[in-house]
Design a protein around this ligand. Structure first.
Ligand code: PLP
Length: 456
């Protein structure tokens, strides 16, 4: 076989890919027929594909490349760390400097008394850790029946058995099932499910479902509630302003643990270090991944409050961990990424470019005939495609067809924007400039026009 490099013709790369590479969340029949896009380089917010096209990445990869592509500092730190100590584990009373330094840094930037970090290799793994952590917490406290975790329909918490079970996505449960002890309440999605209610009332009503569910299950059986501050993979569903304060009140009232899944909303995405700060949430545990290393290395974790960490410690050894928990290269790279976010004021930059610059332009997309609501918090936005704005109607055609077509128009116009059903979403690298925002909006409008023209 020839050496497989960027220099092979695209068709050849695609054929090898379809023959040997099983892709996540991809229809392999489509892959064989159409071939995957081959991405070869990244710089800032820009990607280059194997045909030399320059594509603006409106999704920061999978919501993760917060500091943008191609930062040499991270490559240098990784190379140095690999030479010095490429790997050692953190099991059995052992540690190393990158894991110590990253845990201490996270304790410094995380709000409140979230001072302890359990490392994982990804967001899914971190959520699996959380399931065991909250159950262990109640066991040590002498309440082993408190095992049930309440989550939301259309939430996303990963695709391991634990993460996929916490998530409320039926197609994921349909492939391989769901673990026991996890129940789902409805999501706070006003545009799609709010009917005639005001957003404020709907937010309260959906949060109250948590209280009803706790009472139905018995508080003595409920360990925790988990939610994303803004549902990302569910379609960038921004909850009504009334939602999180009511969820917080209910968790406090019944003394159940609150887990904020910050895998997308962490590390500046919403204009604060964490989405919990944007929404006034005080979690006992935060799930982190993605922006922690800006995707330069696979790393995730759980940031845990003093009380939960102390109780779990009181129980002695916690029989849980991953070979790559606190991996030294990943930890060193994440630390350098956090240094860049902090020293370059990237969280402030998000606030500066998002409000009002991007927000004005994003909200104006709602004037397009195909667009109903436009939502944006920090650099995380969505638009709902609809045949009838006033009725907040859904397309009668197979769910997601118009969204899929719009996404394809975006690709054709060298813009990566994702669709979730008929919602189009963006989460660009946080370093995006006003000029690049103009390009993104221009290409989005053109794609919407083309998609709309195809409807008639
Ligand atoms: N939690 C949330 C909120 C996510 O958006 C994701 C991934 O998109 C995950 C968890 C899973 O993270 P990973 O894909 O790193 O396992």
């Amino acid at each position: 076989m020839n050496m497989i490099t960027n220099h092979l013709p695209t068709a050849e790369l695609q054929a090898l890919d379809a023959a040997h590479h099983m892709h996540p969340f991809t229809d392999s029949n489509g892959l064989a027929a159409k071939g995957a896009r081959v991405i070869t380089r990244g710089k800032g917010v820009w990607l280059t594909d194997s045909e030399g096209k320059q594509i603006i990445d409106g999704m920061a990869g999978l919501w993760c490349v917060n500091i943008g592509y191609g930062r040499r500092e991270l490559a240098e730190v990784a190379a140095r760390q690999m030479e010095e100590l490429a790997y050692y584990n953190t099991f059995f009373q052992t540690t190393h400097v990158p894991a110590i330094a990253l845990a201490a840094k996270l304790a410094e930037i995380a709000p409140g008394d979230l001072n302890h970090v359990f490392f994982a290799g990804s967001g899914s793994e971190a959520n699996d850790t959380n399931i065991r952590l909250v159950r262990r917490y109640w066991q040590v406290k002498g309440q082993p029946d408190k095992r049930i975790i309440i989550a939301r329909k259309n939430g996303y918490h990963g695709s391991t058995m634990g993460g996929g079970s916490l998530g409320g996505m039926a197609p994921i449960h349909a492939h391989g099932g769901k673990i026991d002890g996890i129940v789902h309440i409805d999501q706070p999605y006003w545009w799609g499910e709010g009917g005639a209610m005001t957003e404020a009332d709907f937010g309260i009503e959906r949060a109250k479902q948590l209280e009803d569910k706790i009472l139905e299950l018995g508080v003595e059986n409920v360990a925790a509630f988990i939610g994303e501050p803004i549902q990302g993979a569910g379609g960038v569903i921004v909850p009504p302003a009334t939602y999180w304060p009511e969820i917080q009140r209910i968790c406090d009232k019944y003394g159940i643990l609150l887990i904020a899944d910050e895998v997308i909303t962490g590390f500046g995405r919403t204009g604060n270090w964490f989405g919990s700060q944007t929404f006034g949430i005080k979690p006992h545990i935060m799930t982190i991944a993605k922006g922690l290393s800006s995707g330069y290395q696979p790393i995730g974790g759980s940031i845990v409050c003093d009380e939960v960490a102390a109780v779990v410690a009181e129980g002695g050894e916690f029989f849980h961990g991953y070979t790559y928990s606190g991996h030294p290269v990943a930890a060193a790279v994440a630390l350098e990424n956090l240094r860049i976010i902090q020293e370059e004021g990237i969280v402030d930059h998000v606030r500066d470019v998002a409000h009002p610059y991007l927000k004005e332009r994003w909200d104006a997309l709602a004037d397009h005939p195909l667009v109903g609501e436009a939502k944006l918090v920090g650099l995380m936005g969505s638009i709902a495609l609809t045949p009838d704005k006033a009725k907040r109607a859904k397309f009668a055609s197979e769910a997601g067809t118009v969204g899929l077509r719009t996404r394809e128009r975006c690709f054709a116009n060298n813009l990566i924007m994702r669709h979730v059903g008929d919602r189009m979403i963006i989460a660009p690298p946080l370093v995006i400039t006003p000029g690049e925002i103009d390009t993104l909006i221009e290409r989005a409008k053109k794609s919407l026009d083309e998609s709309y023209a195809g409807l008639k």
